[in-house]
Design a protein around this ligand. Sequence first.
Ligand SMILES: C[C@@]1(CC(=O)O)c2cc3[nH]c(cc4nc(cc5[nH]c(cc(n2)[C@H]1CCC(=O)O)[C@@](C)(CC(=O)O)[C@@H]5CCC(=O)O)C(CC(=O)O)=C4CCC(=O)O)c(CCC(=O)O)c3CC(=O)O
Ligand SMILES: [Co+2]
Length: 261
Amino acid sequence: MLPTLLLVAHGSRDARFPATAGRVRDAVADALPGADVRLSYLDLNEPLVGDTLDEVTGDCVVVPLLFAAGYHQKVDLPAIVAAHERPGRAIMQADVIGEFPLASALADRLREAGVNAADGRTGIVLSAVGSSDPSADQHVRRRAIELSTLLNRPVEVVFATKLGPREHRLRSAIRRLRAAGAQRIAVSPYFLSAGLLTERVEAALDDHAPGSLVAGPLGAHRDIVDAVCHHYWAAASADRPTVQESATTVSVNAATFVARA
Ligand SMILES: C[C@@]1(CC(=O)O)c2cc3[nH]c(cc4nc(cc5[nH]c(cc(n2)[C@H]1CCC(=O)O)[C@@](C)(CC(=O)O)[C@@H]5CCC(=O)O)C(CC(=O)O)=C4CCC(=O)O)c(CCC(=O)O)c3CC(=O)O
Ligand SMILES: [Co+2]
């Protein structure tokens, strides 16, 4: 028996968030026939992670639909997982999906919004949530460097929870891009879904750089699905060696997955 795959998304008061997370779940379930794929939330939507862990009886791999290992991945989720450990079953918390290469998925979303590779006149702002954990913000800055390398143009980072007074961080990002020759600004949201925080960045952009392009969030991009599958197999195959039969199944499938990827 394959372990249950429990996706954990952040949650939002914005209805687009659970709708998007649901599409990700469906795409993952299509990619993993034979696995029980479920979706839960840390907050603000239902079911909550803890309630789903109460329902799941067998082994379970928890895959966080988060990009950076910040507070939620390091503190919040491990505490919930620990509170649900029972003798005879394993709950494995996988890496965040941001540990998988996602710069080209961001570039795809920009292309869909009308930014083409040859157009060097568009300056890119990578927007992300922002964390109290400096290593999470550092992760976002590394992603921006990858995107900048891929698109061969400068990429500035802004954090939605840290725009500053009168959004001065967004304004200085725009100023730097213009100084480097940008005639138009495009935002690349390093977000799973549209939500209150993407909205906040867009509202600020309307004030400070009207007419800018905004790419779609990553949502059910193929690379997000691949990231989930990859982390699921990695966590499942690091499982206890006592589950001999399922370990074999898992490694066969992992090989298949690698061959396909
Ligand atoms: C709007 C709001 C909720 C509301 O008030 O309704 C909201 C919404 C969302 N957060 C999301 C994700 C994350 N949020 C954090 C962290 C924090 N989030 C916080 C607040 C708020 N977050 C409210 C705004 C209050 C304000 O103005 O500041 C902080 C300040 C305090 C707190 O959470 O209490 C704390 C920062 C400091 C700290 O780290 O402590 C991390 C980072 C981490 O885990 O470390 C991630 C994972 C990022 C990743 O994936 O890496 C997503 C999903 C985004 C997506 O689509 O991907 C949404 C959905 C949406 O935007 O609607
Ligand atoms: Co938050």
